[in-house]
Each structure stands twice: as C-alpha cells, then as structure tokens.
Design a binder for this molecule. Structure first.
Ligand SMILES: [Fe+2]
Ligand SMILES: [Fe+2]
Length: 405
C-alpha cells in the first residue's frame, strides 16, 4: 500500500478486513470443542466475541463510505489467502493452531491495520482510523495472551518452521490487503465430523451413562452440595462456549445479529467458567473432584438446523438452569453466603438473555415457515423422552421466556 487511501480503496480494504475477522472467529469456534486446554477454551470464548465486534465495527463503517451494496462486504483478499486460512483451520494440535492464528494471521492483520492508519486521509477519514486503532489494540492483546499460553505449552521444533513458511506464503499471496492480486473467489466450509463428546483434560471424569449421573440431586444449602453443583455447572459452562463456537463455524449463513448474539454468549459462558471455577476453589473444591456428564452434547452439536440446537440447549437446558440458579441464590441468601449470591446473580442475568436468544431467533427465523417451527419446537421433547438425567426436571420449559418472576 502506498499514498493516501481514497474512499474507494478504503471500501476494498475494509471488506477484506471484515472477512478476515470473521474467519478468525470461525476458526476459534470450530476448534473450541477439540482444544484440551481450559485456559485456551476460555480465551477463545472471549476472543470469538471480540473478533465478532471487530467485524461489526468494520461492517458499520463500510456503508458510511457509500458502500451500501453487499459486494462491499466480506471480500476474500485472494484465493491464496483463503487457502492459507484453510490450512491453518486444518492444522492439528493446540500448538500449531495457536502459532498459525497468533503468530502469523493476527500479527499480519495488526501490521495491515497499522499501515492503513499511517496512510489514512486525516482528519477526513478519522472514523476509519479510530476503528482500526481500537481493533489493532485488542488484536495485540490477543497475541500477548497467546504468547503467555504458548510459553507454558511443550515446544515442538517443527512448529516454528511451519509458522515461518506460513508467514512467507501469506506475504507472497499479497497479505490481507490483497495487494497485486485479484479478489478471491475460492471458499471452503468448516465441516465437522459427528461428535459424541467435547474433549476434556485428564482431570475430568466424564461418565457415559446419563442414568448414573446424580450431581443435580444436590442442594445449594450445604457446603458439600455447593461443591457438587458448582463442579457440574463448570462443565456446563465449557460445553456452552463450545456449542456456541460450533454454531458460528457450522452456519456462516445465519443473520449477522444472530452471530453477534452467539458470539456474545460464548464470551458470557467463558466468564462463567472462570467465575464458577474460582468460587469452587474458594470453597475448597477442585476440577475433577466428582464425576461429570456431557449429556445433551451429542443431541445438540450434530443437528443440521441451528434452531433445533437453540430449542434444546438455550430454551430448555438454560431455561432449566435459570430455575436452578434462582433456587441456589435463595439458599445462599438464607445461609448467609453473600459471595455466592453476588456471583450467581450475575450468572442468572446472563442466562436469562441466553434463553431469550433461543426464543427470539426461533421466532424470527420460522415466522414464515410453520413446518420448521413445529419441527424445531418438538425437538427437545424428542430428545428428553425417557432420557432425563437423574434430578433434572424439564417441566414448563419449552415456552419459558426466561423472564424474572
Ligand atoms: Fe453460563
Ligand atoms: Fe448460558
């Protein structure tokens, strides 16, 4: 890039940046359930949302520059760059994936943003510079977070060469500004094999038979009950980061606001995992102290209709979770456990929104399709028939709106 950037050149570039931000969000979403390390899962939950917000900010600036047509949005920089992102997506192992995303793709994007800011026509194009400065700062934070994680992962000598080759290929492909290349036409879909369970690190003891799972029978009015329930909830928070990631990666064609909602939920659940683990440990507990169950995972992430996933998990499981949280808050108040009350009230506020995401998107996307609506709303009952894990009650859930009583 050279000279001062015109309106027209801005439009070409912002559409490309938007495409890359969304690709990065989808990479994390696709990987989250197969990444063992819980800190990485939590980081992905947070950054999926931040990259979604970056794409949203770019998408708002494009029409301000008279780019109102769809072709100004989501521009693949070049076929070679798209193939390179595909090769990062296919990389096996936490280390290679992190190196590809945080030592090659994100640093290259930060460099591209800095070049853009340096060539912005100021103050005429201060709005673009303002957005890019904000995004570049957050991307730099993502890279710093990843370096911290990478420093404690076992090194692999082959990974450095892989990252180096990737960076050279990206440069040769014209980078994210698409310099000297035609607009890309190649695309790939992030397909996922049938999944029976998300991966967990060796501390967890995941049981296969839901009928043997009794953790939800505990009550929040004793110390032991709190440990059992928080431990079970922690696993559910990880599951929800993972299943939101899968929706983002599996369904690139869903409405943009729905993607923002799903990414927001991934961030909420990532924070919940941090909060719940901290409270568990404050109360003397630890990850893996009890058995856990990922029941419902298989029935969720393999469904070809994202609305069936939301009907089952957001409108049914999370609606159930709201009732549990209200009960825990009541018992914690009665027991004088103000610290748990303080945290659980924040969790409940978020969970109510998650139920509403399910209600809203099912309502909105099936308003002209009664057959789909009937199939989607019938799905939870099909799954739950005769398969309730012990202690779970699914009454009055399907039409629950999650509102505070
Ligand atoms: Fe949650
Ligand atoms: Fe939730």
């Amino acid at each position: 890039m050279s000279g001062t950037l015109s309106v027209r050149r801005n439009l070409e570039l912002l559409g490309r940046y938007q495409y890359i931000e969304i690709q990065m969000m989808e990479l994390m979403g696709s990987w989250a359930s197969t990444i063992v390390d819980p800190e990485i899962k939590i980081g992905f939950g947070r950054q999926m949302y931040q990259d979604a917000v970056h794409a949203d900010l770019l998408g708002r600036r494009i029409p301000e520059l008279k780019g109102r047509s769809a072709h100004f949005h989501l521009i693949p920089p070049s076929d070679d760059v798209v193939r390179l992102i595909e090769s990062v997506w296919k990389a096996q192992g936490d280390l290679k994936r992190l190196v590809g995303l945080y030592r090659v793709l994100k640093p290259a994007l930060i460099g591209t943003y800095r070049d853009h800011i340096a060539m912005a026509e100021l103050p005429a194009d201060e709005p673009t510079a303002y957005i890019l400065r904000h995004i570049a700062d957050e991307e730099r934070d993502h890279c710093a977070w990843a370096e911290n994680v990478l420093s404690r992962l076992p090194a692999d000598p082959g990974t450095g060469a892989w990252g180096h080759d990737l960076a050279e290929s990206l440069h040769a492909a014209g980078g994210f500004s698409g310099a000297g290349t035609a607009r890309g036409t190649y695309s790939f879909t992030k397909v996922h094999e049938y999944s029976t369970l998300p991966v967990r690190d060796s501390r967890w003891n995941v049981i296969a038979e839901p009928g043997e799972f009794t953790e939800k029978n505990w009550s929040f009015d004793t110390q032991e009950g709190k440990l059992h329930l928080l431990h079970d909830l922690l696993n559910s928070e990880f599951i929800t980061v993972e299943r939101m990631g899968r929706i983002l990666a599996d369904f690139p064609g869903i409405p943009w606001q729905m993607k923002l909602d799903m990414a927001r939920q991934a961030w909420d659940e990532a924070r919940h995992a941090e909060i719940v683990q901290r409270r568990l440990e404050e109360l003397g507990g630890r990850v893996g102290m009890f058995t856990t169950s990922c029941w419902g995972w298989e029935q969720d992430v393999n469904r070809p209709d994202p609305l069936e996933r939301l009907a089952l998990s957001n409108m049914t499981f999370e609606s159930e979770s709201c009732k549990h949280l209200r009960d825990w808050i009541k018992k914690a108040k009665e027991g004088g456990d103000g610290r748990s009350v303080q945290l659980l009230e924040f969790l409940l506020a978020d969970e109510v929104n998650h139920v509403l995401y399910g209600v809203h998107w099912i309502d909105e996307l099936t308003k002209d399709d009664p057959d789909r609506r009937a199939r989607v709303l019938a799905y939870p009952a099909r799954v739950l028939e005769g398969q309730h894990p012990v202690g779970v009650r699914f009454d009055e859930t399907i039409n629950a709106r999650g509102d505070e009583p």
